[in-house]
Design a protein around this ligand. Structure first.
Ligand SMILES: [Zn+2]
Ligand SMILES: [Zn+2]
Length: 118
């Protein structure tokens, strides 16, 4: 059975913080189920660096900040559940007064409202 650590590390794809686990040989790895990603750190130098990153991340609240950033710049479409980064080309404005209405979902093309986020 893998050992669960108290540490979290962001998934390289979706940046959501994921639990860091240890293999039987005490090597750290993390998995992200929604992305189907598994990251193994096998080399001694890599493990050393990985530990340093986790330590620094914990100390400076980097991972929380990252998660906060994700909430600001990523939207999830209520219609199809797809998550996407906001982009200028996806902006939907009101044809009435030109105000920002939201962003177009790249998948189902529904307008996802922008609720006054920064
Ligand atoms: Zn992920
Ligand atoms: Zn959608």
């Amino acid at each position: 059975m893998p050992t669960h650590t108290n540490h979290k590390f962001p998934c390289p794809i979706c940046t959501a913080p994921r639990q860091v686990k240890l293999t039987k040989k005490n090597k750290p790895y993390l998995t992200c189920d929604p992305c189907g990603v598994q990251v193994f750190v096998r080399g001694p130098a890599g493990i050393e660096e990985f530990r340093r990153l986790i330590e620094r991340g914990n100390r400076e609240g980097l991972f929380e900040r990252l998660a906060g950033m994700e909430r600001c710049y990523r939207l999830s479409c209520p219609a199809c559940g797809c998550k996407f980064w906001i982009e200028p080309k996806l902006i939907r404005t009101s044809s009435f007064d030109g105000s920002l209405k939201g962003f177009r979902c790249p998948k189902c093309r529904d307008t996802v409202p922008w609720e006054g986020k920064p």
